[in-house]
Write a protein that binds this ligand. Sequence first.
Ligand code: NAD
Length: 358
Amino acid sequence: MNYKIALIKGDGIGPEVVNEAVGVLEAVGKKFGHSFEFVDVLLGGCATDAVGKSYPDGTAEKCKACDAVLLGAVGGPKWGSDKPAEQRPETALLAIRKDLGLYANLRPAALRPAMADACPLKRETAEKGIDLMMVRELTGGIYFGKRDRYQTEDRGVECTDLMAYSEKEIERIGRRAFELARLRRKKVSSVDKANVLETSRLWRSVMHRLAEEYSDVQYEDVLVDNCAMQLVKDPGQFDVVVTENMFGDILSDEASMVTGSIGLLPSASIGDAAPGLYEPIHGSAPDIAGQDKANPIATILSVAMMFRYSFQRSAEADAIEAAVDAVLADGWRTPDIAEPGVKPIGTKEMGRLIREHI
Ligand code: NAD
């Protein structure tokens, strides 16, 4: 097959980790007989520097002409919150997700066997194994609702952020979660705050309807505060966890920390049509940019998700994941995951070792 892939290298360590992931794509191409056409797409702080806005005109169209999008990371202190919205990298991230219709964010949090010691939880908790998939609604809720800020007569300035959800938005993310669970351990935990929020009560009623339809999948409701506790008490109980945008933003970061390192975790954002967008969960890490210190594994594992979810090619995805596990099992570590006394290797060397294993 020939795949056309948009590369958004972005800012900070973005270009370094994407370069290693491209090397891995080429190694997979050689092994499985695929070829790739890469299209560079400018987005983020680097785009602000080049053309004055973080989301240049035509960005979505360029991406839509591709089979998948690979993104490194965007952002940095240079383009902070004092800058106008159109110059801020975060604006571009929200815009590309919306324009590509990427309403489902998939974030696996799995403790890789060689990294069990990096889990900050009790050994007996880690030994039970952690392998969950957070499914976060990505284009609705409070992050996209109407905002207001106004002066009152007696209470000073007042602000509102509106959280809105429609049945249709809930149903499509719910279906994604149930379909994914069917490919995994067949359990869905739906997280809400139905004891307080009206949006959560609608969320819950739609999920219950889907749970009847997908009766082969075990289903449970979990309140968001309880979910936050359970993720550190017994994360092994979860298989697929589905939730709305803001809860998912917070819980997916919590889930990622129980697996040890931010530099190891990939993500996928998908909609009903191609292209899906694949990116590491970490940011642009300006503190280590340009020093050959970034861990490229999260981006490389994002490429594995690309093969699995955009190209429906699980053998290629398995090969990438197996190569990562083999390199970690051999004891190779970048500085972020190196145990005391272990001499770390750089970004490029980690990429080379993984390619070699493939
Ligand atoms: P960050 O993820 O960039 O960094 C947090 C810490 O983790 C830093 O110490 C960093 O050195 C380390 N780290 C991150 N990725 C690493 C890797 N691959 N290998 C080794 N160490 C790694 O988060 P932050 O510092 O809060 O944010 C920095 C910038 O990134 C901000 O501008 C923020 O807005 C942006 N950001 C972008 C995205 C994205 O592009 N999707 C996501 C989160 C943050």
